[in-house]
Design a protein around this ligand. Structure first.
Ligand SMILES: Nc1ncnc2c1ncn2[C@@H]1O[C@H](COP(=O)(O)OP(=O)(O)OP(=O)(O)O)[C@@H](O)[C@H]1O
Length: 246
């Protein structure tokens, strides 16, 4: 459902992705971890068709090296900063894509659908008419999640879903993501540094290191492996095989 085959991507002399290969089967949730600057965002952009691979290929929801416009109906994405449009109310943010293009929803249906998705992420009907600036960070994340699932897409991407949230709100968002992915039967790929997201959201874990998927395994294996690179990352140690600047 989400896969990459020997993906290479660099910028000038800098080779970022150097042979990334993986396959997330339908209904599975993969969490990708990796140090800052290892290329997680570049990988996500390649999967979303926002960056062209130098070589190799990606496939998402049956589409090979898709263009973003073609992919939009198949994919829901929760951005790191929620990325809501400030000038339109919450319900229009949620239904934005569904109110455009062929088969678009009219405003009353779009608003009803937005309210239904708001309820799914634990927000009440009154939130629909608020503007993003009136919401807390946690509420914005929930609205971003409601927007990601608005079109019931088969594939979901989450980019650092708990970034900037307190530990309790992080746990709430992680639990919501896990519940929603399971109930939708969606295939999900999440990028995170947050070990709680790894525990709560992943069926499988992959570590991006030195341009490749250095390690892949189940969540339990990720938490118990004695691989030194994985241990250093999951335990957040400054000493080990991953170089650190202090
Ligand atoms: N458009 C671009 N032009 C040049 N270099 C780029 C571009 N996009 C990304 N890079 C470089 O690719 C490398 C990987 O960046 P990327 O943002 O994917 O890292 P990341 O793993 O997501 O990091 P973080 O966890 O800190 O967000 C970095 O060295 C970055 O400078």
């Amino acid at each position: 459902m989400i896969s990459a085959d020997n993906l290479f991507k660099g910028f000038g002399p800098k080779q970022v992705l150097r042979g990334v290969s993986f396959d997330v089967p339908k209904g599975e949730s993969l969490v990708v971890i990796g140090g800052s600057g290892t290329g997680k965002s570049v990988l996500l952009k390649c999967l979303l068709g926002l960056e062209r691979p130098d070589s190799g290929s990606v496939e998402v929801a049956g589409l090979r090296n898709p263009r973003p416009q073609v992919l939009a109906a198949q994919v829901g994405m929760l951005f790191q900063g929620a990325a809501l449009f400030d000038s339109i109310p919450v319900w229009q943010n949620i239904a934005f894509r569904l109110m455009r293009g062929p088969g678009r929803l009219r405003a009353p249906e779009a608003k009803a659908l937005a309210i239904e998705k708001l309820a799914r992420v634990g927000l009440d009907k009154a939130t629909a008419d608020l503007f993003p600036a009136e919401l807390s960070g946690g509420m914005q994340k929930r609205v971003g999640l409601a927007r990601a699932i608005a079109g019931d897409p088969p594939v979901l991407f989450f980019d650092e879903p708990t970034a900037g949230l307190d530990p309790i709100m992080s746990a709430v968002i992680n639990a919501l993501i896990r519940e929603i992915v399971t109930e939708m039967g969606a295939t999900a790929l999440t990028i995170t540094h947050d070990m709680r997201t790894l525990r709560d959201v992943a069926d499988r874990v992959a570590m991006l290191h030195e341009g490749r998927f250095y390690w892949q395994g189940t969540t339990d294996e990720a938490l118990t492996t004695d691989d030194p690179v994985m241990r250093q990352f999951t335990e957040g140690r400054t000493t080990g095989p991953i170089p650190t600047l202090r």
